[in-house]
Design a protein around this ligand. Structure first.
Ligand code: B12
Ligand code: SF4
Length: 496
């Protein structure tokens, strides 16, 4: 029998917080339901350093090894495949998620992986494994790329995404050490009145109905799909009953695309009688778009609160109209102000994010964005534009020679809290300076008391703000955003 291993990589967050990983867990649950057996090496929850991973690989033998991560972990994933190949020379290496799927040819050429899973992972991975365990040819499987015997990369046709998400099996978290994850669950402690926070992620939707030019996710080529409220409620009930979960992070790109969808969801939770807190990802047009009467939007927001919603994450991105147009964001800045107002009225925290660094960004446009945050009374999570493969801005960066060597560029990127590539007309130090000035002013005017050198590391305030000042922070209560800015991506690369 072939031995199969899944590797859950570390997110390498600066913060101590850990998140149960939905993507890999969803694939594993699907394979389990299909009768396949496998082991799991969970690097993340066990805080394994690279040498511990190497020790593990040196001392075990597997025929098929699978892993996956987002594309910002490109360099580390290349390291992993090199080490797997070194210690398990005959194993077949299968890599999923955007690190492989958004750059299949580049990744397969520059790593030791054999197969890349492109897009939605469950069905393609199951088909691949069913063939591999019988030593059969994988050549005709949709949704994958692979190196053939001559080392040439073959990219197969895309696979149509599953139409009804309700048809996927419920995620089986028993493969993971959930108690260890709960011990490192984050934030919202006050809101939970001193009880241990036991956070679990639930996916309600896949993809997004929009196409912003800085964004890419694995469901990019698939339609926006969402689960039925009853199907979601059943998973939450199971999480509460089996795992004592009391907080749900709805880990979606876009949890609700319309007010009626959002209302049906809140109604279902209220009717279920389940008691838990939650947060989700929305756009500013959910409660901010005047196509529905203000009173109706407020009423749905009230239902959210009643259903346990503590915070909603959404983006202003920029207050500048021209930049919003370049982003293809399709929002009005006024929507943002209205949404924050409505959420404030019902007592839901607005978790805002902005992105600086579009090519036409200037000192004035940076100020415009900070001014709007001040008008709304929010302190945002700030990030720099980080062009990622398969986005409009990545194409722009290539066309304009900001990226000349994709492999080298992807090795160098970290996260959007670091200025990895400056495409504005301002020098790097000026971009940083103008943002720092804006952040400092906002901090002072909102009387947040954030320490000067931590202004851009939003959220996780308790991580980088002295205890004394913590009590003064406006958003500390429900703050769920992390400090990722110091994530490390050091990896020794073998020859690829
Ligand atoms: C939850 C989340 C986080 C959590 C991570 C929690 C966790 N344990 O994974 C936190 C808050 C830490 C986070 C941080 C960041 N995130 Co994030 N995050 C998400 C979010 C909202 C949900 C991820 C998820 O669970 N999706 C649901 C599952 C079902 O989808 P999936 O993970 O893609 O998995 C499918 C396939 O990829 C594949 N697959 C996945 N894993 C595997 C493994 C194997 C072996 C196989 C075969 C297949 C496979 O099959 C799965 C099922 O179909 C996504 C948006 C989204 N909807 O994906 C953004 C997203 C993944 N994040 C993104 C980014 C950019 C970041 C940051 C870099 C932001 C920053 N600060 O700069 C950081 C990186 C942090 C780090 N060091 O890794 C981008 C990635 C862009 C890209 N092109 O890769 C996304 C897509 C958001 C976006 N639209 O821009 N994130
Ligand atoms: S940034 Fe948000 S709204 Fe835009 S495409 Fe990505 S998920 Fe959708």
């Amino acid at each position: 029998m072939k031995k199969i291993l899944f590797i859950n990589p570390s997110l390498r967050l600066h913060s101590e917080t850990k998140f149960l990983p939905v993507g890999i867990a969803s694939v594993m649950s699907f394979l389990d339901a299909e009768g396949l057996e496998f082991d799991l090496l969970d690097i993340d929850i066990n805080d394994m350093e690279n040498n511990a991973v190497e020790d593990f690989l040196e001392n075990r033998r597997y025929d098929i090894i699978l892993s996956g991560s987002i594309v910002t972990h490109y360099k580390w994933m290349k390291w992993l495949t090199t080490k797997i190949r070194q210690y398990n020379p005959n194993s077949i290496i299968v890599i999923g998620n955007s690190v492989a799927g958004s750059v299949p040819e580049l990744f397969l050429k520059n790593s030791k992986a054999n197969i890349a899973i492109i897009g939605e992972g469950e069905l393609s991975t199951a088909e691949v494994l069913k063939k591999l365990v019988k030593d059969e040819d994988i050549g005709s499987i949709q949704g994958i790329a692979f190196k053939n015997k001559n080392g040439r990369v073959i990219i197969n046709d895309r696979r149509q995404a599953i139409k009804k998400l309700d048809e996927f099996p419920m995620i089986n978290w028993n493969f993971f050490e959930t108690e260890k994850y709960f011990k490192k669950s984050y934030a919202a402690a006050k809101a939970l009145k001193g009880k241990q926070v036991r956070v679990m992620p639930v996916v309600t939707a896949r993809g997004c109905a929009f196409r912003c030019t800085f964004c890419h996710f694995v469901f990019w080529n698939d339609p926006y799909r969402y689960r039925s409220p009853l199907n979601i409620v059943a998973e939450i009930r199971r999480n509460i009953e089996n795992y004592g979960c009391n907080y749900i992070s709805f880990w979606d790109d876009l949890s609700f695309a319309s007010l009626p969808q959002a209302e049906r969801f809140a109604d279902a939770i209220i009717e279920s009688g389940l008691k838990f807190f939650w947060s989700a990802a929305v756009r500013v047009d959910l409660f901010g778009n005047p196509k529905h009467e203000y009173s109706r939007r407020l009423a749905v927001a009230q239902k959210f609160k009643e259903a346990g919603c503590l915070s909603l994450g959404f983006s202003l991105e920029s207050a500048n109209k021209e930049i919003l147009k370049l982003m293809n964001k399709r929002i009005e800045a006024q929507y943002f102000l209205d949404q924050v107002k409505i959420l404030d009225q019902v007592g839901i925290t607005s978790m805002i994010s902005v992105v600086f660094g579009y090519p036409i960004e200037t000192q004035e446009t940076i100020k415009e964005t900070f001014d709007m945050c001040l008008t709304a009374g929010v302190y945002p999570s700030m990030g720099y534009l980080l062009p990622l493969p398969a986005t409009g801005m990545y194409d722009y960066a290539i066309k304009n020679n900001f990226i000349t060597d994709e492999d080298k560029y992807l090795d160098s990127i970290t996260e959007r809290q670091d200025l990895c590539l400056n495409m504005t007309k301002m020098p790097d130090d000026k971009v940083r300076e103008f943002i720092a000035e804006g952040a400092e002013e906002l901090n002072a005017k909102l009387k947040l008391g954030l320490e000067k050198n931590n202004l851009i590391k939003t959220g996780g305030y308790n991580k980088h703000t002295s205890k004394k000042k913590l009590s003064k922070l406006k958003r500390e209560k429900n703050s769920l955003i992390l400090n990722y800015s110091n994530a490390e991506f050091e990896a020794e690369l073998g020859s690829a």
